[in-house]
Design a protein around this ligand. Structure first.
Ligand SMILES: N[C@@H](CCC(=O)N[C@@H](CS)C(=O)NCC(=O)O)C(=O)O
Length: 211
């Protein structure tokens, strides 16, 4: 029997990366909701799993053999390698997939997170911060759109690079992205949104909506 998997998530883009991949792999997992708006990520039991106090976190196994994974990129790579799916095993194709994964992990996600903070969450709305962060989101969206003009997916076949990007692009308003301005990104988004595993993954934790 396979080891139990627990996924500590909330209805956030980085969490949905993990739930999409677990759904794509057909793995059984139990969702543990961590409400970041209630600052539950700083509870001692969460900090004991990830000292950074961020989700997603995944545990595999039980008792003394339990392993803990955090950082969405590390979690995606771990499962992709374990099940040999959504990431080429070796060579240039693997490097290319990892390169686009890194663009998404370091460019798209953090910039959209900051843009969302300044345009929506922060009580004050400093013009310079909004202009700066929305400009950086626009830059990476243009790069992804350009790439997808000549490629069906970000790198080779559907991969963890696409899975990492999708939950952010599915919330375009967080970075003031108008998908109509990025027709290739929109085509890619609409295609992935039809995948049953993507739909199920985007629905986790069930019944929770962050906006
Ligand atoms: N680099 C981390 C970022 C994780 C992250 O920022 N998660 C957000 C939710 S999407 C979070 O936990 N926010 C609460 C906080 O930062 O305290 C990853 O990719 O897993």
């Amino acid at each position: 029997m396979s080891e139990p998997i627990e996924a500590y998530l909330w209805a956030t883009p980085n969490s949905n990366r993990v739930s999409i991949l677990l759904e794509e792999l057909g793995l059984a997992y139990r969702v543990r909701g961590v409400n970041i708006r209630k600052r539950e990520q700083f509870a001692p039991e969460i900090l004991a799993l990830n000292p950074y106090g961020k989700i997603p976190i995944v545990t595999i196994g039980e008792g003394s053999s339990r392993r803990v994974l955090f950082e969405s990129g590390a979690i995606l790579i771990h499962f992709a390698e374990t099940y040999r799916r959504f990431l080429p095993a070796t060579g240039p194709a693997r490097a290319e997939t990892l390169a686009w994964l890194m663009v998404v992990l370091t460019g798209l996600g953090p910039m959209m997170g900051q843009a969302h903070h300044w345009t929506e969450l922060a009580p004050e709305k400093p013009e310079a911060a909004i202009k700066h962060t929305v400009g950086l989101v626009d830059r990476v969206a243009r790069v992804l759109d350009g790439r997808l003009a000549t490629h069906r997916h970000l790198a080779g076949d559907y991969s963890i690079a696409d899975i990492a990007a999708f939950p952010w692009i599915a919330r375009p308003h967080w970075g003031l992205i108008e998908l109509e301005r990025f027709p290739n990104l929109k085509r890619w988004h609409d295609e992935l949104a039809e995948r049953p595993a993507v739909r199920r993954g985007m629905d986790q934790p069930e019944g929770v909506r962050l906006g």
